[in-house]
Design a protein around this ligand. Structure first.
Ligand code: PXP
Length: 232
């Protein structure tokens, strides 16, 4: 299983002072040296952490760049200019602390289909960040997305319950049956990632907060090494 590391929170810390520290590019090199297979960044509408220039610079040094963004015209235009390897379409609310739920593909089918079409026609593979629900998986297939990224947030807070894990397994199996490739992420930590890593249909996990938090005690490279060992 591949590990994509979300480095938004390195930029969150930098934006507290806007003085360039910590250096996002140096951090990216550390993450890659630790064995990350890809780098994920979320360019939010309010630019609260990652900035447009960050994405432009990262494009030059990251072999597998995954850009998370809202399904808007502004963002599609930006992505078409940058050409990341992957775009993950996420729902976005200004007041949220993080991406709280999955995209409602069913209610926004037309708009999402148009974004998927424009991006994938330009050679950018699109994943849709969805809750692990069968109707959303079906809608993702209908709009032609190459991937879904299953939201693991409920699993991460209810790790003792088998229900969210079963939902993730079922959604992953069903997506694969429909020919949609599967990634997963959100809220995954060192102590809860293993059960998700055992779901064989999942190709890649995108993990951010727990790795950046652990980096404060062991360093970024080592924090990635430790997560990579759990994900393998
Ligand atoms: N995947 C997606 C689509 C996300 O929006 C996020 C959070 O930015 C993550 C993965 C990573 O979540 P976390 O920071 O909780 O590991």
């Amino acid at each position: 299983m591949l590990l994509g590391v979300n480095i938004d929170h390195v930029a969150t810390l930098r934006q507290q002072r806007k003085e360039g520290d910590p250096d996002l590019i140096a951090a990216t090199h550390e993450v890659l040296a630790g064995g990350a297979d890809g780098i994920t960044v979320h360019l939010r509408e309010d630019r609260r952490h990652i900035q447009d220039d960050d994405v432009i610079q990262l494009r030059h040094i990251v072999p597998r760049l995954n850009l998370e963004m809202a399904a808007t015209d502004e963002m599609v235009q930006f992505a078409l200019g940058i050409r990341p390897d992957f775009v993950c379409l996420v729902p976005e609310k200004r007041e949220e602390l993080t991406t709280e739920g999955g995209l409602d593909v069913i209610r926004n089918e037309g708009r999402i289909e148009s974004c998927v079409d424009r991006l994938q026609s330009a050679g950018i593979l699109v994943s849709l960040f969805i809750d692990p629900e069968i109707p959303q998986v079906q809608a993702a297939q209908r709009v032609g997305a190459a991937y879904v990224e299953l939201h693991t947030g409920v699993y991460a807070v209810e790790v003792e319950s088998r229900v969210p894990l079963r939902a993730l397994q079922a959604a992953a199996s069903y997506a694969k049956l429909l020919g949609v490739r599967v990634n997963a992420g959100h809220g995954l930590k060192y102590h809860n990632v293993s059960a998700i890593a055992r779901i064989s249909e999942i190709e890649e996990l995108n993990i951010g907060h727990s790795i950046v938090a652990r980096a404060l005690t062991v360093g970024l490279r080592q924090a990635v090494v430790e997560m990579k060992l759990l994900v393998l």
